[in-house]
Design a protein. Structure first.
Length: 470
């Protein structure tokens, strides 16, 4: 019987294994040592040293900012989920009250990692501020479409975020070097399950299969809703690792053509078409429909959709880490990523220096302790801001979440952080998604073999890398 709360030992394990908080992080993991920068950025009226999370929550700073900068409008593309938008709207209301001089034009419902940003940027019409995943934003930064925040913010600013989160927004290549975004959360995939069908989550894939066979025969519902044949490899990366694979090897070269990829593909093909415990022909929308309607017992998703699942299942909802792959003895290890706020380069958005100043204030505010805590309280996103993260952990340790069953759910979500892999933050990661999607789709449509699919994935990535360097 797992405890309802989360123990001090478990928290220490999580912190040490994946997130490694505060003192050690500041001393050891802080990566970027920028060259001296001017006291004030070109065209700015506010000194660089004054752009801090502490200042942007200060009414005296807000008054000074408005008196010096004047009225200014910024455009924002919002990619939050419905439950996250409750938090965003609360933070936005307090921001606009504190900064009446900054008018925020928000476009809601923008798809994350949307190609529309690139199209708009090439026309000089990108939003000034955009919320994106760390890996997609890295691609935009490498292309010169995002502001290098290392040139506009003091090093101490970046130290106020969890090491894993801030490093997700750091890139060092021959053409791009520095921090290009401020994170608002830590995210990864977990196993959500319906306690009506599964009272205790499986620890291994052998247990998973046995439980699923029983669920199917007893309740006549699908055990799992996972559309591997329609996804782009984000969730599958965890299973790939569990079978002993890694996306990149030495010198950041792809390593998809491996027995691990073949075995992982064949494993899920067997669960889908051999054992019939995973629903076929799924996509994310259908997966969610099956799970929330009680027609599937398990779904693999992130905490950003917790609100939707809890609304549907209530305290019948459970969360746990992905199981150990029995064939290898390795944990299925999802990618530990982040989302956050980035600022388009002036060339991409047409922003004036004063709009950039307002944008900096906005992203600092939206990733500050109160806004991040709003995301935790409303949507239970895992905060990237260290102060907000520590407050969330304190709430969880004290069992203060309401209703009380949320404490057990969040315990399972936090437990997954012990078994995750660092998100590869290199430009070549952009080629993994289409490579996986193309060949996994073909394999699950019986158009190719697992071996040929693995080979095709790697060849695709190598070709794209060669073309981009040529």
């Amino acid at each position: 019987m797992r405890s309802r709360g989360i123990s001090t030992g478990a928290i220490i394990g999580i912190v040490v294994a994946v997130i490694v908080i505060v003192a050690v992080a500041v001393a050891v993991l802080y990566m970027y040592k920028p060259s001296p920068k001017p006291a004030t950025a070109p065209g700015f009226v506010i000194p660089i040293s004054e752009f801090t999370p502490q200042n942007v929550y200060s009414s005296s700073f807000a008054q000074t900012f408005c008196s010096k900068v004047g009225n200014v409008t910024i455009t924002v593309w919002n990619t939050y989920s419905p439950s996250e938008n409750q938090a965003f709207n609360a933070s936005l209301a307090s921001f606009e009250q504190m900064y009446p001089c900054i008018h925020v034009e928000v476009t809601y419902g923008v798809g994350i990692a949307t190609s529309n940003f690139i199209s708009a940027a090439k026309a000089g019409q990108a939003p000034i501020v955009y919320r994106d995943t760390s890996d997609d934003a890295g691609k935009l930064f490498a292309a010169g479409l995002l502001l290098n925040l290392s040139e506009y913010l003091s090093p101490s600013v970046f130290e106020q975020y969890l090491p894993t989160a801030r490093e997700n927004f750091y890139l060092s290549t021959t053409t791009a070097h520095g921090y290009y975004g401020l994170p608002d959360n830590i995210n990864y995939i977990v196993m959500f399950y319906n306690k009506q069908y599964i009272t205790s989550p499986p620890n291994t894939t052998d247990q998973l299969i046995n439980m699923c066979l029983q669920v199917n025969s007893t309740y006549h519902v699908w055990c799992i809703a996972y559309g591997i044949g329609s996804e782009w490899g984000y969730r599958f990366a965890g299973w790939f690792a569990g079978f002993g694979g890694q996306i990149f090897g030495p010198n950041n070269m792809p390593m998809l053509n491996s027995s691990a990829m073949v075995n992982a593909l064949e494993f899920w093909y067997n669960l889908t078409y051999g054992l019939h415990i995973n629903a076929p022909d799924m996509n994310p929308s259908l997966e969610g429909q099956l799970f929330t309607s009680g027609k599937a017992a398990i779904i693999f998703d992130g905490p950003w959709d917790l609100g939707t699942y809890f609304k549907a299942l209530g305290c019948n909802l459970g969360a746990a880490p992905l199981p150990i792959v029995s064939q290898t003895g390795l944990h299925a290890m999802p990618l530990i990523g982040s989302t956050g706020w980035v600022i388009a380069s002036p060339q991409a958005s047409g922003a004036t220096p004063q709009q950039l100043e307002a944008a900096l204030v906005f992203v600092l505010y939206m990733t500050g302790p109160q806004a991040d805590l709003n995301l935790w309280n409303y949507a239970h996103d895992i905060p990237a801001n260290i102060q907000a993260y520590n407050q969330a952990i304190s709430q969880l340790n004290a069992g203060k979440l309401s209703p009380s069953c949320l404490n057990g759910i969040m315990e399972g979500i936090f437990e997954q952080a012990q078994y995750g892999q660092k998100f590869p933050n290199i430009p070549a990661m952009a080629y993994y998604w289409p490579a996986f999607h193309q060949y996994a789709t073909a394999y699950f449509a019986n158009q190719t073999t697992a071996q040929a699919a693995a080979q095709g994935m790697e060849q695709y990535m190598l070709q794209q890398m060669s073309q981009s360097s040529g």
